[in-house]
Design a protein around this ligand. Structure first.
Ligand SMILES: CSC[C@@H](O)[C@@H](O)C(=O)COP(=O)(O)O
Length: 366
């Protein structure tokens, strides 16, 4: 992946913007030597951090969805690989390549992990330096995946916030809708779409957020609601099937969503149900914004047709918190993501500016 291209809209960002981090839940703890991640499968009933010591642990917590959310998956995968350097004396150029492929196979749709760990390949292929020098550069790179995420996130949220102020001149307070969890539990910072909602709230510009429960994995009710309660942000939880009715009966100004994979033409994969929201926005004339860090852009694909959609186990749909709610014999289709076509998107809000899908492509380095 080419280097990041920051573009700060209406900068500089004031120090006061999202300065108070006390009301944020931490998705992980990392002191440079030890990594612990919050087991999100236990939320909201139990807050338990579990250790991740190497690539195998990172793969397992990602695959099982103990950690999830595209940017967080990328950081945990990268730090898992970084920690492998401390304990695995067999690590060499070839085994690193294998571990990259292994990590990528943990969840196929979210591209952040692929973008992050494949950034090691140009280092591994650098000519004129020793293998030891390559390994040292790899470690530096992997640590930077973690530190860069925090910095980029602040720019992303500022840009998105500025776009809302511009798109709705004179509006004092916003009513918004969101799906899945795109907050601090999906990143190592404030989040993407939910981060914007946090920014609106901290600037005293949020009226209310409608939060979709997000079946079948319930990231809305389990994670987003937990984050918003913790941060004392005004919201109402609704089932996914209430979205159209909420749009019709309440003044929803815009829908803010995250993304797991954005093609060059702006087609955007995100949690299943996102496409439905975009179609509903079109019908109700509501602005629809994916909030997208540079790490979620897939420069290698020209349209959403090329995005592989993860299909998950039938049991995730048939069971709620382990309890069987349907007949276990039910035939099930359980795609975890869908793709919103670019023409339904008002603008894609990024840490390199805010772009109509048509304008996005020119901004993405080849
Ligand atoms: C900042 S998170 C963006 C996306 O990763 C998020 O919207 C999402 O779809 C998460 O899905 P999940 O299956 O919980 O990993």
């Amino acid at each position: 992946m080419a280097p990041k291209i920051n573009k700060i809209v209406n900068g500089p960002i004031p120090d006061s913007f999202l300065a108070d981090e006390t009301k944020r839940l931490d998705s992980l703890k990392f002191d440079g030597q030890r990594l612990e991640v919050l087991d999100q499968l236990l939320l909201p009933h139990e807050f338990k951090y579990i250790p991740v010591n190497d690539v195998s642990d990172a793969f397992n917590v990602i695959k099982s969805m103990q950690v999830r959310g595209a940017p967080l998956i990328a950081v945990v995968g990268s730090l898992g690989l970084l920690l492998e350097f401390n304990k695995n004396s067999e690590l060499n150029i070839e085994t690193i390549r294998e571990k990259i492929e292994y990590l990528i196979s943990s969840r196929p749709t979210a591209v952040d992990l692929r973008n992050s760990v494949t950034g090691l390949i140009p280092i591994l292929e650098t000519e004129g330096i020793t293998d030891d020098e390559k390994l040292a550069k790899c470690q530096e790179y992997l640590l930077n995946v973690y530190t860069a995420e925090k910095l980029q996130n602040r720019i992303l949220l500022w840009n998105a916030y500025q776009e809302l102020l511009t798109a709705f001149p004179g509006k004092e307070k916003f009513t918004v809708m969101t799906i899945c969890n795109t907050g601090s539990l999906a990143t190592v910072s404030w989040g993407t779409a939910l981060g914007v909602i946090r920014a609106l709230h901290s600037e005293n510009r949020l009226n209310l957020a409608y939060v979709l429960e997000t079946r079948p994995y319930n990231q809305g009710i389990r994670l987003t609601a937990t984050e918003l309660l913790h941060g004392q942000v005004p919201f109402k939880l609704i089932t996914d099937s209430m979205a159209a009715w909420a749009m019709k009966n309440h003044q929803v100004d815009c829908v803010l969503v995250g993304a797991d994979n954005v093609a060059r033409n702006g087609d955007t994969a995100n949690k299943i149900g996102t496409y439905m929201l975009a179609v509903l926005c079109k019908h109700h004339n509501i602005n629809f914004y994916p909030v997208v860090p540079f790490t979620t852009i897939n420069k290698n694909i020209s349209s959403g047709e090329e995005i592989k959609i993860e299909e998950r186990a039938a049991s995730e749909l048939l069971r709620v918190n382990g309890v069987l709610v349907g007949n276990s014999e039910c035939p099930v289709w359980n795609p975890a993501f869908d793709v919103t076509p670019a023409h339904l998107i008002t603008k894609i809000l990024t840490d390199f500016g805010n772009w109509s899908p048509a304008a996005l492509e020119e901004q993405i380095p080849r």
